[in-house]
Design a protein around this ligand. Structure first.
Ligand SMILES: Nc1nc2c(ncn2[C@@H]2O[C@H](COP(=O)(O)OP(=O)(O)OP(=O)(O)O)[C@@H](O)[C@H]2O)c(=O)[nH]1
Ligand SMILES: [Mg+2]
Length: 317
């Protein structure tokens, strides 16, 4: 570990918030600096409980996270938040939105909120987010709340292996159907019907319960809670339900989730590294574009082109 990384790691571990912010930027950039830093703090991480909050755009995830921060702070916990923000790729607006929504906590030294832009990660979003979670963990924030929009495969992958996965639904949006499509229902440990002040909460609850009876009978059926995040209603119940789930699911389940998370991270890093090497070493200057053009013009096919690259690098099939 270089002295730069060692110094930054030390500052982070001693509670320096600016060091933490810089560290997260480094893992986001996916350079050697980020990798070294993560290596330095990784042994100090793994203690925090990771709570994933996912759901359709605008379902009130950030509003819920804001309330959860308040609830955990009231218990004296130091809370870390990582919000993954797809819309920021277009406008940067959502980052601002999150900041505003959670602003009351912005000056609390025991709360650390970070938005991750999805832009520029090329599939490494899950890796970068998990790295950020580890950094917050090493800096002794616990619990860690990870907000993602349950739309893309990447976003689902991020929360899937959290210690507790909370799926947020809203009445009257045909949300249930939307969630099934996005594959987020099967990863839920708990359901929250937020915006329960709106019409249709009963109906959504009935639909959800009905759907859950069709699910696997082996696992404990996820609880369904109702909240009105903007008014802070139902938050204590949600906190209690999260605690109960963590308690009830037990250490074996927790260990299994962590193994899954470790596997997904190893594969993500390997995938990124191997692909980067293939692209760098498998083609000469302009070679990639040339291959793409030849495939597009049917002079060759994707399989033969890939085969040629692998042969060049002497990678076995
Ligand atoms: N009526 C009502 N509105 C709510 C409730 N919770 C959140 N909202 C509103 O819903 C809108 C979206 O809330 P956010 O907390 O930003 O939702 P989000 O899921 O984080 O949104 P994205 O991160 O953009 O996907 C805001 O205007 C909130 O004020 C609720 O319980 N009831
Ligand atoms: Mg949000």
């Amino acid at each position: 570990v270089s002295t730069d990384a060692a110094t930054l790691a030390e500052r982070l571990l001693s509670g320096d918030r600016r060091a933490l912010a810089r560290a997260i930027t480094q893992v986001e950039q996916d350079g050697p600096a980020g990798a070294e830093l993560l290596r330095a703090v990784y042994p100090q991480s793994g203690g925090a409980t990771v709570i994933g909050i996912t759901g359709a755009p605008g379902s009130g995830k950030s509003s819920l996270v804001d309330r959860l921060i308040g609830a955990y702070r009231a218990k004296g916990r130091r809370v870390g938040v990582v919000a993954v923000d797809p819309s920021s790729a277009f406008s940067g607006g959502a980052i601002l939105g999150d900041r505003v929504r959670m602003q009351q906590h912005a000056t609390d030294p025991d709360v650390f909120i970070r938005s991750m832009a999805t832009r520029g990660h090329l599939g490494g979003l899950s890796r970068a987010t998990n790295d950020a979670v580890d950094l917050l963990d090493a800096a002794r924030y616990d619990p860690l709340l990870v907000e993602t929009v349950g739309v893309g495969q990447d976003e689902v992958e991020i929360v899937r292996t959290a210690d507790c996965v909370v799926v947020v639904l809203v009445p009257g949006m045909g949300d249930d159907v939307q969630a099934i499509k996005a594959g987020i229902l099967e990863i839920a440990d708990l359901y929250v019907i937020n915006k329960a002040d709106r019409e249709g909460a009963d109906r959504l609850q009935t639909d959800l319960e009905q759907m859950l009876t069709l699910g696997p009978k082996t696992a404990a059926r996820p609880a369904i809670l109702r909240t009105v995040a903007v008014r802070g209603e139902g938050i204590d119940g949600l906190v209690a339900a999260i605690a109960a789930w963590l308690e009830q699911s037990g250490p074996a389940r927790r260990a299994e989730r962590r193994r899954e998370r470790a596997a997904s991270r190893l594969l993500a890093v390997l995938g990124e590294r191997v692909m980067a090497r293939l692209l760098a070493e498998g083609f000469g200057a302009g070679g990639f574009e040339l291959a793409v053009q030849r495939i597009a013009e049917r002079e060759t096919d994707p399989y033969s082109a890939a085969r040629a690259v692998l042969d060049r690098l002497e990678v076995s099939p």
